[in-house]
Design a binder for this molecule. Sequence first.
Ligand code: WAQ
Ligand code: MG
Length: 271
Amino acid sequence: MLVFEPMNEVIYSVRMHAERAGAHLCGAERLVAAGRIEETTAALVRRALEHPRGRAEALRLAVDPIDPAAVLRGVLPEVRTFQVPNFSAGRELAARLLHQAGVSPAAGAFALQTLARGAAPDGRSMRGAMLIGALSGRRLEPDGARGVRVTRMDLSPRAEARLQAALAPYGLDRIQVREALVLAAKVMAAPGVIAELCWSDDPDYTTGYVAAPALGYVRITELKPRDDERGGRAFFVKEEQLDMAALLAFLEGQVFVADAVSAVHPPREWC
Ligand code: WAQ
Ligand code: MG
């Protein structure tokens, strides 16, 4: 049977943002065809109610049509997984990978330390990402408490099916992997970004990654101690010829749909 995915079909941005105890709890977004708005909304509400850091107490939903001509299409990066014995080894590996991607040792070490102690001024996680000068290690994001939120991205239904099939043999077919891969793909396509470092703020999710065009998406099984609620993201940027306005417009506003996937490699040990 042939399945057509019309390129010029209107898609909708469906966004959810939830709070608990007066603070940000989680947010998520999908880009879907009109016929999937209802199921997508229900799935996002369920996620907010079943969040590992506690049940959402307030939540907001937004549904907005997207102009098909505004959609940038892209490819998900290759996926590698390194198993490490503990988070110190994981951070050492992350530092090496960042260096390979063109980040200075000082900038890499600064990002790791800052995420580890909570990148927001109050020592908690930021809602968004830090922007860090890849050589200087300077923090460049306009709002150091909130950070830069990457939004308006997803993968096509066909790419999602292919990704699930490629991840399943390794037990990696889960929402955190899918969402992080899509975000990393968009960030790698952003003007001026050379690498990304991330680990989750969910206390039971210790896996994080380093992503860069030359490396792909490199998962590291331990980047923080279990039960730690501090997580975050750092996007490393080339400071020379950086167009901050263009970068922020891309990260926050450019609609990005991954419609192809790359190889998923079997996990292996790093030592
Ligand atoms: N834009 C920018 N930064 C964000 C965004 C966003 N849309 N969403 C989250 N962050 C930042 C924020 O500081 C969070 O505290 C932090 O990232 C972590 O977010 O391959 O689950 O959603 O197994 O908890 C990576 C590994 C999981 C997945 C990442 O991130 C895998 C994860 P979380
Ligand atoms: Mg989280």
